[in-house]
Ligand binder design. Structure first.
Ligand SMILES: Nc1ncnc2c1ncn2[C@@H]1O[C@H](COP(=O)(O)OP(=O)(O)OP(=O)(O)O)[C@@H](O)[C@H]1O
Length: 259
């Protein structure tokens, strides 16, 4: 059966690509040729703190996976200033916790880019992991099995792994899902610290009031880009309406268009 092609005309995103630490050039990512991210161009600038928002199924997770390299592109290009500087926090529900690993084992994984799969952890790196565990408020949990942790505690462990990795480009997929207010505040304080330190942070989020309070930049996605720039302007009612209308019109079998 031929699939209908859906290719809406959207205004170009406002982000300038010239100063991009992650640059997107007409990016399309599809599952079995059904686009989940379609014709996205723009740039995340160095040191920016950007919320990635949009309705359910808007392509937020898909875009993050495309940037990290977990999904191939079906069109366009993604240019990353330093791929080894990437740190990625998947949705907590995507992580298999049945492996018999301790908190310290998981945080030590943050060092793998530095030491390689077969490299040895030095005492200094082990200490760095312990410091990261303390930074996320889990001192004393080092040998606990990850299967025994609450969702919020496990999310803290994943943040500790990012700290250990000392990533400069940090991608967070729904980092505050299913965690309590205290954990949200503690983890957001870590994100603010990364921002102050000049790191580039992109976080897929749902709570628009939270985004308005904490994120200076915003990319509103509805498979195609709706708006990208200063958060207050991006989250204007007209843009949110356009994102909703786009979501209402999604065709499950839509094909990649030729544009
Ligand atoms: N592995 C997959 N195979 C086929 N389709 C997929 C796959 N993963 C995601 N999709 C589809 O791609 C579209 C975008 O999904 P994605 O998870 O990127 O959206 P999202 O914006 O992160 O959604 P949510 O806010 O619900 O987490 C959806 O229609 C989804 O059903």
């Amino acid at each position: 059966m031929a699939h209908e092609q859906v290719c809406e005309t959207v205004p170009p995103p406002s982000a300038d690509t010239a100063d991009g630490v992650i640059r997107l050039d007409n990016v399309t990512i599809a599952y079995q040729r059904h686009p989940a991210v379609h014709h996205l161009s723009g740039a995340f600038t160095r040191g920016s703190l950007t919320a990635l928002v949009g309705p359910n199924g808007a392509g937020k997770s898909t875009l993050l996976k495309g940037i990290v390299g977990l999904l191939p592109l079906d069109g366009g290009a993604i240019t990353i200033a330093d791929r080894s500087a990437l740190g990625y926090l998947p949705q907590v529900t995507d992580v298999d916790r049945s492996f018999p690993m301790s908190v310290l084992d998981v945080v030590n994984l943050g060092h793998w880019r530095r030491i390689g799969a077969l490299g040895r952890l030095t005492p200094a790196l082990r200490q760095r992991s312990r410091d990261a565990i303390a930074d996320v408020g889990l001192k004393g949990f080092e040998s606990r099995s990850i299967a025994s942790l609450s969702v919020g505690q496990f999310q803290r462990v994943l943040f500790a792994r990012l700290i250990a990795a000392d990533a400069e480009l940090i991608l967070l997929d729904e980092p505050f899902n299913a965690v309590d207010q205290r954990t949200v505040e503690d983890l957001m304080a870590l994100v603010d610290g990364w921002h102050l330190a000049g790191k580039t942070v992109i976080a897929a989020l749902h709570d628009l009031d939270f985004v308005r309070r904490h994120f200076p930049q915003c990319l509103l996605l509805a498979r195609e880009p709706v708006a990208w720039g200063q958060t207050a302007a991006v989250l204007a009612p007209e843009n949110l309406r356009r994102a909703r209308v786009a979501a209402d019109g999604w065709q499950p079998g839509a094909d990649i268009c030729a544009a």
